[in-house]
Design a protein around this ligand. Structure first.
Ligand SMILES: [Mn+2]
Length: 475
């Protein structure tokens, strides 16, 4: 390898976002993150991924934390490291398409509170759904010199997803004004030699840096990274070993060691990484002991190559079925997922399409008849409200679920009127900071419950008398 130019590979650390989202349903509290930030800040990571839809949702819903406050604390604790977030295009961090004014305001506030790199993706890879977020990021970058718009392509398999498809998408992304491209392989579907082909083809089609994000679910991820690095990928996403592998990412320390002494040497300090791992390891044990970390998501699940189910979706589905006492239907639902996906135009499976397809698959199995009940979201996908799919949708299912209804073909957000003022009016009694309207926009009920909780805390309500289950706090 002596003839290869030095090209240190860069790493995005995911332990504060995707790793705990994929393994422990996003339950890591801010309080636990803070003491280790100082060490993490010294590693020299390309970035630390720390914010996204599930972290935002789980903070408000389960941890009773303000996600904006978490972001500010992480910014303070990681002054020398770029902070990265995941952004669901026009769906922001939520589950429905929003008006452009909300998208712009969310981007502005994310950067103002500490985000550097915004990884923007669309669950259908409909690039029209990414333009508003990219424009918003570029606008702030121009004004303040901070902000990096990365467009992520949701990687998936299927007839439509040829090498030509990915190459043409890379070219379009460059034209859209993005700063970098991510290949976002939610389910660990990209196998090593396909990574060589994919990265080589994309590198020759674009000058933008390319980052690869994958999951260990199918067991090939670190080999895939190795081939991708050799093919010229610029950044890889890894998680510190205590929350690595399984449905999470390859382990940071392993990848660092793999490339040591090669032209791709990261230069990271292994003893520093070991200290960071020491901090997280007892937490892993604790999560195993209390059942938050289910051994089911930690092994190699080769069936993921068939069902294409991303890690976060798997751990959510396990707990969903558990709640319904229907854990025995796990494999039936896994089988129904690709069938629903085909009906809906073969989209990638990533939030929210993964939830939409997953929930519909659960209904189809538990109801005993396919589409006997269709969710609001399934109907919206069939109407075209989420955008265009690469393949046509199943006409029979369209006729069964939304008979005679009008379908749309334009950029969905063109039909959504600006809604910030309306949202502000709805939540004004709870507003304590500008960002609150955005929390409310994404999760109206959950955010309102949180606002009530926050107020009760501030007024020092006796929490032993509060009915936390029903969200009632005596004031
Ligand atoms: Mn992921």
């Amino acid at each position: 390898m002596a003839d290869i130019e030095k090209k240190p590979i860069k790493i995005t650390e995911t332990i504060l976002r995707d790793a705990h989202q994929s393994l422990i349903a996003t339950r890591m509290p801010t309080e636990f993150m803070l003491p280790i930030l100082d060490k993490m800040d010294k590693v020299g990571y390309h970035s630390v991924e720390c914010w996204g839809g599930a972290t935002f949702d789980a903070s408000l819903r389960f941890l009773k934390e303000d996600p904006w406050e978490r972001l500010r604390l992480l910014r303070k604790g990681l002054p020398n490291t770029k902070l990265q977030m995941l952004f669901r295009g026009q769906n922001i961090l939520g589950y429905r398409p929003y008006a452009d004014d909300v998208v712009h305001y969310f981007v502005e506030k994310s950067i103002a509170n500490g985000i550097d790199i915004i990884r923007i993706f669309d669950c259908l890879n409909d690039l029209r759904n990414l333009q508003a977020a990219v424009d918003a990021t570029n606008k702030i970058k121009k004004k303040e010199g901070r902000g990096h718009a990365q467009i992520a392509l949701s990687y998936t398999l299927g007839d439509a997803y040829t090498l030509d498809y990915w190459v043409s998408m890379a070219k379009k992304i460059e034209e859209m004004g993005a700063d970098s491209i991510c290949i976002k392989d939610m389910a660990g579907l990209l196998v090593p030699y396909k990574a060589t082909e994919l990265i080589s083809a994309m590198k020759s089609a674009t000058k933008l840096p390319i980052q690869l994000h994958t999951h260990y679910t199918s067991g090939v991820a670190s080999m895939t990274y190795m081939k991708a690095v050799e093919a010229g990928v610029d950044v890889i996403d890894c998680a510190m070993s205590p929350l690595a592998m399984g449905t999470s990412q390859p382990a940071t320390e392993v990848m660092v060691e793999t490339f040591k002494g090669t032209p791709y040497d990261t230069g990271y300090d292994q003893s520093l990484l070991a200290e960071i791992a020491d901090y997280f390891r007892p937490y892993r044990d604790e999560c195993l002991a209390n059942g938050l970390l289910n051994p089911k998501v930690m092994g190699v699940d080769i069936k993921t190559l068939l069902y294409q189910v991303p890690g976060g979706m798997l751990s959510n589905m396990v707990s969903q079925l558990k709640e319904q006492n229907a854990e025995d239907k796990y494999y039936d639902v896994l089988k129904e997922i690709p069938a629903v996906r085909k009906d809906l135009g073969e989209p990638p499976l990533v939030t929210p399409s993964s939830q939409i397809v997953g929930t519909q698959a659960v209904f189809n199995v538990l109801m005993g008849e396919r589409y006997k009940m269709a969710t609001k979201e399934t109907k919206a996908v069939l109407r075209g409200e989420y955008g265009q799919t690469v393949k046509p949708m199943n006409q029979e299912i369209i006729d069964k679920v939304i008979p005679g209804e009008k379908r749309i073909t334009c950029r969905p957000a063109d039909l959504i009127e600006n809604e910030l003022d309306k949202l502000e009016a709805e939540m004004k009694e709870w507003k304590q900071q500008d960002e609150d309207v955005l929390s409310y926009a994404l999760f109206p009920q959950v955010a309102t419950d949180f606002f009530k909780y926050r107020q009760a805390q501030q007024e020092k309500v006796d929490m032993t008398k509060a009915d936390t289950k029903n969200g009632a706090y005596p004031v």
